[in-house]
Design a protein around this ligand. Structure first.
Ligand SMILES: CC(C)(COP(=O)(O)OP(=O)(O)OC[C@H]1O[C@@H](n2cnc3c(N)ncnc32)[C@H](O)[C@@H]1OP(=O)(O)O)[C@@H](O)C(=O)NCCC(=O)NCCS
Length: 160
């Protein structure tokens, strides 16, 4: 398995993660958003270029006020520069095999690279539900007490 930025040669028409909005995003909008510069989509591929999973990244900012105090020590009281993992899903037939974990580690590495060139304080995820939130929490994301289902990860804690 390998991870690449989404290209037209990748096969995505059979992708099904069990959630129609995420399937539709990959099939209908991901390429368009990529071309317009709104988000970049990364896909996990098998040897036949079938998409096994994907995530996308965009820049965002997060209000200082909504973040728990323990995470904002030494940070300015401004909207804090962040990267949002906008969509995240693994094909039903490939779930439970470590692909989600691999994609998430890849996403954090990409953000770490960006943070060497541009200021970034946090990785942000808006989880769809508590089950998805539990997945991200397992890998160190912290749910904001002021915004249930919004989770953040401090960029300085990304393993190098
Ligand atoms: C959530 C999702 C991305 C996880 O992907 P996956 O490839 O099945 O997960 P992995 O196999 O990499 O799991 C890695 C670890 O996380 C654990 N895990 C998986 N789902 C979990 C969950 N919901 N809560 C807590 N832990 C979870 C696994 O048991 C595994 O543990 P291990 O390392 O001890 O073996 C996948 O289930 C999915 O696409 N769901 C539907 C779409 C969705 O909900 N996306 C999130 C939108 S915000």
């Amino acid at each position: 398995m390998r991870i690449e930025i989404l290209q037209s040669i990748h096969h995505k028409k059979d992708f099904d993660c069990g959630q129609e909005d995420l399937n539709r995003f990959l099939k209908q909008y991901a390429s368009q958003h990529q071309k317009s510069g709104t988000s970049k989509t990364y896909v996990a591929l098998d040897s036949k270029d079938q998409v096994l999973g994907f995530y996308c990244l965009s820049s965002t900012s997060i209000s200082f006020e909504i973040i728990d105090e323990a995470l904002t020590k030494r940070l300015p009281r401004y909207p804090l520069p962040s990267v949002v993992i906008g969509r995240f899903a693994v094909n039903l037939t490939a779930q439970g095999k470590g692909i989600g974990k691999y994609l998430l580690a890849h996403a954090l590495r990409q953000v770490s690279k960006v943070s060497q060139l541009v200021g970034v304080n946090f990785v942000v995820i808006h989880a769809k539900d508590q089950k998805a939130a539990a997945f991200y929490q397992r890998f160190g994301f912290i749910e904001l007490s002021s915004r249930p289902l919004t989770l953040i990860y401090p960029v300085h804690q990304i393993p190098t």
